[in-house]
Design a protein around this ligand. Structure first.
Ligand code: PGA
Length: 248
């Protein structure tokens, strides 16, 4: 059995004090959550949000991590820096980082290995663009990302994959339940084939892209979908809590 994981990706939203207000409102709403509940917050919000979630079910995540342990990498944050603040999860290779900040499959792989090494749970984002889907290239893109991003990972059950079709992110255009389920089933099948004996069957795969309080039930009812990575709807406590309680 794979425990569902609902993670919020705040992106570059919420100052530390706004983030504290958000999690204060969220805490009572998710106190009976049966799934794992994570908020991935801007790095500078981490200390304040960590304090604010104390004693609750909410776990802390970051939105990026550098692959080196330390050194001359101005502006970057290492896995140990995150660890020391009680961060447990980190989003890696989000399509916005790939599109705007030069993230490549190679750097995604390096960051993933560094996070695992430090005992963080990476939430690695993969997925195709609209053009790639319309040209029938979805599986080819996923094949490339799976082969490159997870090379050298010893135990795939220690990471989470977020399947995020780029055309569904922040667009209000969600993949249908069937499209999401089919792509995620393919990702698992491919991981099993490429990485035999590495626990691909126990690895959790989320769907991400305009998931909200309304469409979460249908998506989460799909057998292959183990959770969600939520952008816009994670900024509203009631909406995020409704997704956390997708089974109610
Ligand atoms: P969205 O973002 O829910 O606003 O589409 C999802 C994501 O980018 O992780």
């Amino acid at each position: 059995m794979r425990k569902p994981i609902i993670a919020g990706n705040w992106k570059m939203n919420n100052t530390a004090s706004e983030g504290v207000e958000l999690v204060k409102a969220l805490k009572p709403l998710v106190k009976d959550a049966k799934c794992e509940v994570v908020v991935c917050v801007p790095a500078i919000d981490i200390p304040a949000v960590k304090k604010a979630i104390h004693g609750s079910k909410i776990r802390l995540g970051a939105q990026n991590v550098h692959f080196a342990e330390k050194g001359a990498y101005t502006g970057e944050i290492s896995a140990n820096m995150l660890k020391e603040y009680g961060v447990q999860y980190v989003i890696i290779g989000h399509s916005e980082r790939r599109a705007y900040f030069g993230e490549t499959d190679e750097t995604v792989n390096k960051r993933t290995l560094a996070a695992l090494n430090a005992g963080l749970t990476p939430i690695v984002c993969i997925g195709e663009s609209l053009e790639e889907r319309e040209s029938g290239l979805t599986q080819k893109v996923l094949d490339r990302q799976i082969a490159a991003d997870f090379a050298g990972v010893e135990d795939l059950s220690k990471l989470v994959i977020a399947y995020e079709p780029i055309w569904a992110i922040g667009t209000g255009k969600t993949a249908t339940d069937e499209q999401a389920n089919e792509a995620i089933a393919y990702i698992r099948k491919r991981c099993k084939k490429l990485y035999p004996g590495k626990n691909a069957g126990r690895m959790r795969i989320q769907y991400g892209g305009s998931m909200n309080a309304k469409n979460c039930k249908g998506l989460m009812a799909q057998p292959e979908i183990d959770g969600g990575l939520i952008g816009g709807a994670s900024l509203k406590p009631a909406d995020f809590a409704a997704i956390v309680h997708f089974d109610k």
